[in-house]
Design a protein around this ligand. Structure first.
Ligand SMILES: Cc1cc2nc3c(=O)[nH]c(=O)nc-3n(C[C@H](O)[C@H](O)[C@H](O)COP(=O)(O)O)c2cc1C
Length: 266
């Protein structure tokens, strides 16, 4: 784990995780100040004014099936991995979607931490083991999952439905390469939680959140490769447009898009 700031112990970190921006506790104020400063830089870098996305409320939940891990040699997966731009024109299989999420960005184990007996740690590690990443699935076509927008809940291994509007049209505007909206079966969006990171760490860890995302991206590539998926990490997207599509608050910034579908058989 990263070194904590002097005077900020585990319990304080938990308060940092649980207090909302703008609350009057000392830690809440500090988190809010750090978040505002990071957002100022973030907006400057992205030529972006403050966005006010409309939050989307949870609707139904789709339980993902328990699944055996794909049988693949790690070095073979590393050697076979490519960014794929060709996808089979068919639904993403439910079991493939479940395995992809479970083994790339699901929970790996539980440990006592942050004042909790069972704190989840991910298959993709994050700095301090913090729940700093959000995972959203934008489904164009998949078995058992209607097209729409879902948040992946790693602990329960469920998809939380946020919208059943087909995301293709909105994604065409969000991707700089609009073919990523119309060809892959799904797009996965990673987000970074500034409020979570700054509850624990100082401002320079704005960078660490992007490293956390990069770790998850490589997991998505490798597990996707092992499952026979064609995958591509995509950094070229409209930040504000994606945040609006996901309905995320200002404190949760999109970091990556990732396109996937069954690879064309050669
Ligand atoms: C962080 C990251 C961002 C990327 N963004 C894009 C992108 O916006 N558009 C795109 O076509 N490919 C994107 N790629 C794919 C790279 O172009 C590709 O990984 C690189 O050319 C090497 O090819 P390979 O992945 O097949 O080994 C991205 C890859 C990474 C790792």
């Amino acid at each position: 784990m990263l070194a904590r700031e002097p005077g900020s112990g585990r319990d304080e970190a938990i308060r940092g995780l649980s207090v909302g921006v703008g609350e009057t506790t000392r830690n809440g104020d500090r988190v809010a100040r750090r978040t505002e400063r990071a957002l100022a830089v973030h907006r400057l870098l992205n030529s972006q004014s403050p966005n006010r996305p409309v939050p989307l409320s949870d609707k139904g939940r789709i339980a993902l099936p328990d699944i055996q891990p794909p049988r693949a040699d790690l070095v073979a997966a590393l050697a076979m991995r490519r960014s794929g731009y060709a996808y089979e024109d068919r639904d993403l299989e439910f079991r493939a979607l479940s395995a992809w999420l479970r083994f790339a960005v699901g929970v790996q184990r539980f440990v006592p931490a942050y004042g909790r007996p069972e704190h989840p740690l991910g298959m993709a590690p994050t700095a301090g083991g913090l729940p700093s990443l959000g995972v959203y699935v934008l489904v164009r076509r998949a078995e058992e999952v209607p097209s729409g927008l879902y948040r992946y809940e790693a602990v329960s291994h469920e998809l939380v439905e946020l919208s059943t509007v087909d995301p293709t049209g909105a994604l065409e505007l969000v991707y700089a390469q609009p073919e990523f909206a119309t060809r892959p079966a799904v797009s996965l969006a990673l987000t970074a939680r500034l409020d979570v990171a700054f509850g624990q760490y100082p401002l320079r860890h704005y960078r660490t959140l992007h490293v956390d995302s990069g770790v998850a991206v490589q997991n998505l590539y490798l597990v996707g490769t092992a499952l026979g998926l064609s995958c591509c990490a995509v950094a070229e997207f409209d930040d504000a447009g994606l945040a609006a599509l996901l309905g995320t608050p200002d404190t949760e910034i999109p970091t990556m898009l990732f396109a996937a579908g069954h690879a064309e058989q050669r």
